[in-house]
Design a protein around this ligand. Structure first.
Ligand code: TYD
Length: 213
């Protein structure tokens, strides 16, 4: 069985996290082994880097280097081995979040991010070089004003969650640009709908790709 790599993206408050477990159950019901993981994080080292990125003030380049360092460790230690074993990897955020948050939100150079992406996710199989990307990215798209309302009633905000709504407008726009550049990999989920409707849209998007019956 070939491995399957699915990432979940969207601005803070878009509500992606609750649907990851539901999708995991759908795959397990098919007899698949599922690895649930997240970025930044997923390995002991990457989780330490996550704590720094989410809590310490730093410039955009430092942030970008740390999330890519975490991603490198995560890919090497966890994601690639799981895919090689034929497992389903469900990852709460991946590189699109870097293009959205550090690129869009912070205004960091997208060309530098592309170079880092090539370094960190490059696969060299002799004949050609490719970039390791998710097979499918579910983008939970929600109006930043609505997301801010949802977040306000939730927990204590971290460094990103406490950003103003304009920051998230730029993040959302950058997600849209990523999808426009790589339309085949993305499915846009209308995250303003009810939890049930969003859950159904997630399953449908995965079925549409032929990953679930
Ligand atoms: P998030 O995925 O929302 O987790 P939680 O639900 O526990 O808050 O938090 C991760 C935060 O990190 C989120 O605000 C986006 C940010 N982030 C980046 O800025 N760059 C990245 O490359 C990644 C993966 C995340």
């Amino acid at each position: 069985m070939t491995g399957l790599f699915i990432s979940f993206e969207g601005i803070d408050g878009a509500g992606k996290s609750t649907h990851i477990e539901t999708l995991a159950q759908a795959f397990r019901a098919q007899g698949r082994t599922v690895l649930l993981t997240r970025e930044p994080g997923g390995t002991p080292l990457a989780e330490v880097l996550r704590t720094l990125v989410l809590n310490e003030a730093m410039d955009a380049m430092t942030e970008a280097l740390l999330v890519f360092a975490a991603r490198r460790d995560h890919l090497q230690q966890k994601i690639q081995p799981a895919l090689a074993r034929g497992e389903v990897v469900l990852c709460d955020r991946f590189t699109d979040a870097t293009f959205a948050y550090q690129g869009g939100g912070r205004g960091f150079d997208l060309k530098v991010l592309s170079t880092l992406e090539q370094w960190v996710q490059g696969i060299d199989d002799g004949a050609k070089s490719a970039i390791r990307q998710p097979d499918l990215t579910l983008w939970f798209d929600l109006d930043p004003a609505l997301a801010a309302e949802r977040l306000a009633s939730a927990r204590v905000p971290d460094k990103f969650e406490s950003q103003p709504v304009e920051f998230f407008s730029r993040v959302a726009k950058a997600y849209g640009q990523r999808m426009a550049e790589q339309p085949g990999r993305f499915a846009r989920i209308e995250a303003a709908n009810s939890r049930e409707a969003v859950g159904q849209a997630v399953i449908l998007a995965v079925q549409h790709k032929g990953y679930l019956p």
